[in-house]
Ligand binder design. Structure first.
Ligand SMILES: Cc1cc2nc3c(=O)[nH]c(=O)nc-3n(C[C@H](O)[C@H](O)[C@H](O)COP(=O)(O)OP(=O)(O)OC[C@H]3O[C@@H](n4cnc5c(N)ncnc54)[C@H](O)[C@@H]3O)c2cc1C
Length: 433
């Protein structure tokens, strides 16, 4: 049986490895870039967060929306399985904060290369610089159609190889073309169109794990502090219409020339995009990010700390007394927000003024406008509707012999190695069927 895999990312490679275990299969990967697994190189800031060390049951909790669809796939191929596979190929791993697993070498390239070697050793034929344009289907005979929900079956693909169009025959096709983010790595959303042409529904594509833009006044603040990364801050996104918290977190965030980014903000984006009426709320300035710059201190304790700092530098001007309290890049902004004359001697600052300063440090407000474009997102939310895919096999319920794997499916997880695990597990499941 000939199995053609469209797309040689993490999902496509694992599908190939798993499919080639059946020695009767002739397995071919068609990849439009000049190498397999280009996206793996940019993962985990070039270090590749391979998977998570959490028990597999907890993986589903980290896939907001449609997590249960992955139950069988996660069972078929676990985090232990990918680590074992990589270990056999010489990739040692380590567990870091937040149960994130990385290669000991801190090089994503080692993971990519190991997977390519395994694919090659499995006897899989790899054709790079080969862009698949269309999936070819034939009608089932009346007799066969009786036993199937539908009467369509894959029979091959149409591909562009070195500028020439060519039909490649296939008994089964696994579509693993990824999402639409970071198009430079090859994922430009081609698979959605191909699947749609065959009758599949594409759930609206949206960027997830993506930086956020901010409204005008907040933009000035962000630009002033651009490049500043804050560690150990508390963040809270609030729906101002309902006065309700949308997402809370603690950790690292970053100011940029367009707004905010960094790990906690990226995670927040996955929650925001699922929040009811979010686009309307964002447009109307009804979503605020409140940053607690001193989460370890209560307002009272922070006030005492400021008093202490100020009393040590009695005759100094306010503008010169904040270095112990704040990173340098933040001082000017906080001075402006506090509306205290920067030249005022600290011993002349009133209790009221100090109270205002404390409230800024405990709740710096940034008004969120929207999401950065999908090209900058870590993951694509939306994709092939899960109810049109058999979760036990990853096979299409619309076209016989067509399978899906990886980010193309309408599942997306939080950060922490879960997205790559989705690619491996769905890839293996598609490949073994
Ligand atoms: C900056 C960044 C950092 C990330 N870091 C992590 C991390 O540390 N941990 C984690 O778990 N996840 C991470 N992710 C997410 C993770 O990389 C993806 O979820 C995962 O790579 C998806 O795998 P995939 O095989 O489904 O798709 P892809 O890796 O996108 O692979 C799809 C492949 O299909 C090919 N293709 C597309 N169209 C065609 C066509 N028409 N014909 C032939 N080939 C085609 C593409 O060239 C590509 O090689 C990160 C993502 C980004 C962008």
């Amino acid at each position: 049986m000939r199995v053609v895999i469209v797309g040689g990312g993490a999902a496509g490679m694992l599908a190939a490895i798993s499919s080639s275990k059946n020695k009767e299969n002739e397995v071919i990967i068609l990849e439009k870039m000049n190498m397999l697994g280009k996206k793996i190189l940019v993962t985990g800031k070039g270090r590749c967060n391979i998977t998570s060390n959490l028990p597999m049951d907890d993986f589903i909790k980290n896939v907001p929306g449609n997590g249960k669809f992955l139950y069988s796939a996660f069972n078929n191929f676990t985090n232990r399985d990918i680590l074992e596979l990589l270990k056999k190929e010489g990739v040692e791993t380590k567990v870091e904060r937040g149960n994130r697993i990385f290669p000991v070498s801190d090089k994503a390239q080692d993971v990519q290369k190991a997977l390519i070697r395994i694919v090659e050793k499995s006897g899989v034929k790899i054709i790079t610089n080969c862009k698949v344009i269309k999936i070819l289907i034939s009608n089932l005979s009346d007799n066969e159609a009786k036993n199937n929900e539908n009467n369509k079956q894959v029979c091959g693909v149409l591909a562009n190889i070195n500028g020439k169009e060519k039909e490649i025959k296939a008994d089964k096709v696994i579509l693993a073309t990824g999402g639409k983010s970071y198009p430079g790595t090859g994922s430009t959303g081609d698979g959605y169109k191909m699947a749609e042409e065959l009758g599949h529904t594409i759930i609206k594509i949206r960027p997830s794990l993506v930086p956020l833009t901010v409204h005008e006044n907040s933009l000035k603040l962000c630009k002033n502090m651009q490049g500043l990364s804050l560690k150990n801050v508390g963040i809270k996104f609030i729906d101002l219409e309902k006065n309700k918290s949308i997402y809370e977190d603690f950790g690292e965030m970053l100011f940029t020339h367009f707004g905010v980014s960094g790990p906690t903000v990226l995670s927040a984006s996955a929650h925001l995009l699922r929040y009811k009426n979010i686009d309307e709320l964002l447009k109307n300035k009804k979503v605020v990010l409140t940053i607690d710059l001193k989460p370890a201190l209560t307002e009272k304790k922070l006030d005492e700390r400021i008093l202490r700092d100020f009393s040590e530098e009695k005759n100094k001007e306010y503008k010169n007394c904040l270095n112990k309290l704040l990173p340098k890049k933040m001082i000017e902004t906080v001075i402006q927000l506090s509306k205290i004359n920067p030249e005022k001697k600290v011993n002349e600052i009133t209790k009221e003024e100090r109270k205002n300063l404390v409230s800024i440090l405990k709740g710096l407000n940034i008004y969120i406008k929207g999401f950065r474009p999908i090209e900058e997102a870590i993951i694509t939310s939306g994709g092939i509707k899960t109810s049109e895919i058999n979760p036990k096999k990853m096979e299409s319920k619309i076209v016989k012999g067509l399978y899906f794997a990886g980010e193309i499916i309408d599942v997306d997880a939080y950060t922490g190695g879960f997205n790559l695990q989705i690619a491996y597990s769905t890839g293996v499941t598609a490949g073994m069927n």
